[in-house]
Design a protein around this ligand. Structure first.
Ligand code: HGY
Ligand code: MN
Ligand code: MN
Length: 416
């Protein structure tokens, strides 16, 4: 297939300005973003993205999970499109670039092709997947999971947030339920540009991560039930302290993950203590354990050891314990042809690059089940992400988008 000329690049300042414009929607309290899925701010971000797509004469489609598809025609309307994108929803204390770089990088490709009047055989479609973060409605990568046939639509619609609001009601409330059946679209290939969200590329001085694999993930929600009682007058031997149970299981999670270094991580990011009163021993604690590894066997071992260890802790402390798997995906091996296309693009453009395994989950991890898929990563400052201080440089953003442009063009086949 013909390859783009090495001097073909995107417009760096236009991309950067769009990222900064999007960052004004759903601002956080410390310079980042709080644009959680299906909130009014998410709706505003969708409207801004839609307006930019319409300016580029893209045809917008939306599916029943609210995922947005902006299509640029190819010379062969029957050729399967090349899809490119990520997500616009953020964590509650998220950064300006997580997900956004991939969606607006995809849009920047279209702007560049329109400006230069470059045509491709395959159509190109820019995607904004709904609820990648999974923080308001678990699991993460929810809409791409429905698209890939992992989750049922009704199952997703019935998921509730901490206030008991249903996903299906919220997507209706913000007016973003589309007509299309989820997953009906067929893809020639999918490319996702994303910040690394870890320290490796910056530490190695590399501009581009060629993502060969993605870690698997297990989110295990644990409910521990003890007995509420007075923190002052209840003798220690009589306590059924759910909080102590959680503390010991937190130590257990750390111990299990550390026993598999460097190929595993484990931690607890979310916990609710009931009744959360200064002078009541917690009667109930609900928290979610996040285990990840690139290895199936390590994932299995971590989960098995957690269940047995946590049950023993609960028994010793006279507590009830329940487990619920609220998020899961297996380790991912991305498509070799697409990965090689990404690597060749970085070489052609002269950007320093290395292979990397994605530590975070991404929509590409599920789309890889239904279409040839690859990811491109750019460094982030101090490897920080899921933090409002998340930062990247404009040159990292444009280098990653240049590689995305070349990978998409080579796959979509340039006509002129
Ligand atoms: O949890 C993840 O890995 C992703 O950022 N949602
Ligand atoms: Mn992301
Ligand atoms: Mn994220």
């Amino acid at each position: 297939m013909s390859q783009p000329a090495a001097n073909l690049k995107i417009n760096s300042s236009r991309l950067w300005d769009s990222i900064m414009e999007m960052a004004k929607i759903g601002p956080g309290i410390a310079g980042g973003n709080n644009r959680q899925t299906l909130t009014d701010d998410d709706a505003k971000g969708r409207e801004l993205f839609k307006s930019w797509c319409e300016k580029e004469n893209l045809v917008m489609g939306t599916d029943k999970m609210g995922t947005m598809f902006a299509r640029r025609e190819g010379t062969d309307p029957n050729a399967l499109p090349v899809y490119v994108g990520s997500h616009l929803d953020t964590q509650p204390t998220g950064g300006k670039y997580d997900g956004v770089l991939g969606v607006l990088g995809g849009l920047e490709i279209i702007r560049t092709l329109n400006e230069l009047d470059i045509r491709t055989k395959h159509p190109i479609v820019v995607v904004n997947f709904t609820n990648e973060e999974g923080t308001r409605f678990a699991p993460p990568m929810m809409a791409s999971g429905v698209f890939a046939g992992i989750h049922e639509l009704e199952w997703a619609y019935n998921k509730t947030d901490a206030d008991g609001k249903k996903f299906g009601d919220e997507i209706k409330r913000i007016g973003w339920i589309g007509e299309e059946d989820v997953g009906a679209r067929k893809m020639h290939a999918f490319f996702e540009l994303h910040i690394e969200q870890g320290p490796i590329l910056e530490a190695e001085g590399k501009e581009i991560g060629v993502v060969t694999h993605g870690q698997g993930l297990n989110w295990i929600q644990v409910t521990i039930t003890g007995r509420e009682s007075h923190t002052g007058s209840t003798p220690m031997p009589m306590r059924k302290n759910a909080g102590l149970g959680m503390a010991k299981i937190t130590e257990l999670v750390q111990e299990i993950a550390m026993s598999h270094q460097p190929a595993a991580v484990g931690g607890i990011g979310q916990c609710d203590v009931y009744p959360n009163s200064r002078n009541i021993i917690p009667g109930k604690v609900v928290f979610t354990i996040d285990f990840r590894s690139p290895s199936f066997d390590v994932q299995e071992d971590m989960e098995t050891r957690l269940y047995s260890g946590a049950k023993k802790i609960a028994k010793d402390l006279d507590l009830e314990i329940e487990f619920e798997k609220v998020g899961h995906f297996d380790p991912v091996t991305f498509d070799e042809t697409c990965v090689n296309t990404v690597r060749k693009a970085a070489e052609r453009l002269g950007y320093s690059h290395q292979n990397i395994i994605s530590g975070a989950g991404h929509d590409a991890c599920w789309i890889n089940r239904v279409a040839p898929t690859a990811m491109i990563m750019c460094p982030c400052v101090d490897g920080l992400s899921h933090n409002e201080a998340e930062e990247i440089t404009e040159s990292w953003a444009s280098a990653g988008t240049d590689v995305l442009l070349h990978a998409v063009l080579e796959t979509a086949e340039i006509i002129k």
